[in-house]
Write a protein that binds this ligand. Structure first.
Ligand SMILES: NC(=O)c1ccc[n+]([C@@H]2O[C@H](COP(=O)([O-])OP(=O)(O)OC[C@H]3O[C@@H](n4cnc5c(N)ncnc54)[C@H](O)[C@@H]3O)[C@@H](O)[C@H]2O)c1
Length: 254
């Protein structure tokens, strides 16, 4: 078991991808801290994981984050809490911009800063940030995308600055993953995820397990010489666009 006895904090672990990440760390022996704004869902996740504890935290609030990490010898931090506001750019309000940037980028900053002293004291630690393909290219949700691009920049900065102290920092950039954040879009258009799957070279959208597997790899000693990296977990989306190529070349070989 790759994480026996290690203290692993997963933010946004009450639901969606975070819940699966927390479960997989637990299955590999970690002492998991299920951190979420929503106490009820955090409890639900923690009940599924032997030895897990919950932390009710707002990752956008420094005092709340500090209370979660105080005296906690964190080995692994997964900055997973995040979310997007679905509003066309021309209508995007300042409060909506702030919400996405605070949740995705400021939350990653605050949680990372809070676990650093314990990692520096012990000369080791691994941080994995959950970004998005939206941080690499345009797929809508401009505030969210700018925040996720910021997360990728912060990932590199932390990796370079703290690498000499034994701390690694990497990011995953998932494509579409079926979680509750898709519920409203699926309600509006029940076909949306099947249709989206057609844009992915692997011809499907992702699952929370697809993302969690990559995160556990990056957090583990198997990735001991990997830091500052962004791993797309996207069914090949960022590798290129065959539909466009077919249009250009007038072929339909695939
Ligand atoms: N689902 C996708 O298609 C997709 C794609 C790419 C990236 N991502 C990223 O993956 C991560 C998880 O997404 P998901 O789909 O599982 O989301 P989700 O909405 O299903 O779960 C997010 C969890 O974060 C918690 N949370 C919200 N605000 C918080 C706060 N201020 N402090 C602490 N916890 C808070 C929520 O209570 C919830 O339990 C996010 O960073 C998201 O941007 C998701």
């Amino acid at each position: 078991m790759r994480f026996s006895g290690r203290v692993v904090v997963v933010t946004g672990a009450g639901a969606g991808i975070g819940r699966t990440i927390a479960g997989r760390f637990g299955a590999e022996g970690a002492q998991v801290v299920v951190a979420d704004l929503d106490a009820e869902s955090a409890e639900r996740t923690a009940k599924e994981i032997p030895g897990a504890r919950t932390a009710v935290v707002d990752v956008t609030d420094r005092a709340s984050v500090r209370a979660m990490t105080a005296d906690l010898p964190v080995d692994v931090l997964v900055n997973n809490a995040g979310g997007a506001t679905d509003v066309p750019f021309e209508d995007l309000g300042e409060d909506q911009w702030d919400r996405d940037v605070d949740l995705c980028l400021k939350g990653t900053f605050l949680c990372t800063q809070a676990v650093l002293p314990a990692m520096l004291r012990r000369g080791r630690g691994a941080i994995v940030n959950v970004a998005s393909v939206n941080g690499l290219a345009h797929f809508g949700n401009e505030a969210y995308s700018a925040a996720k691009a910021g997360v990728l920049s912060l990932t590199r900065s932390i990796a370079v600055r703290y690498g000499p102290h034994g701390i690694r920092c990497n990011a995953v950039a998932p494509g579409t993953v079926r979680t509750a954040i898709w519920d409203e879009r699926v309600r509006r258009n029940p076909e949306v995820l099947d249709r989206l799957g057609g844009w992915y070279p692997l011809r499907r959208v992702g699952t929370p397990d697809d993302v969690a597997a990559a995160i556990l790899f990056l957090a583990s000693d198997d990735a001991a010489w990997i830091t500052g990296a962004t791993l797309p977990v996207d069914g090949g989306l960022m590798a290129g666009n065959q539909r466009m190529t077919d249009d250009i070349l007038g072929s339909g070989s695939t």
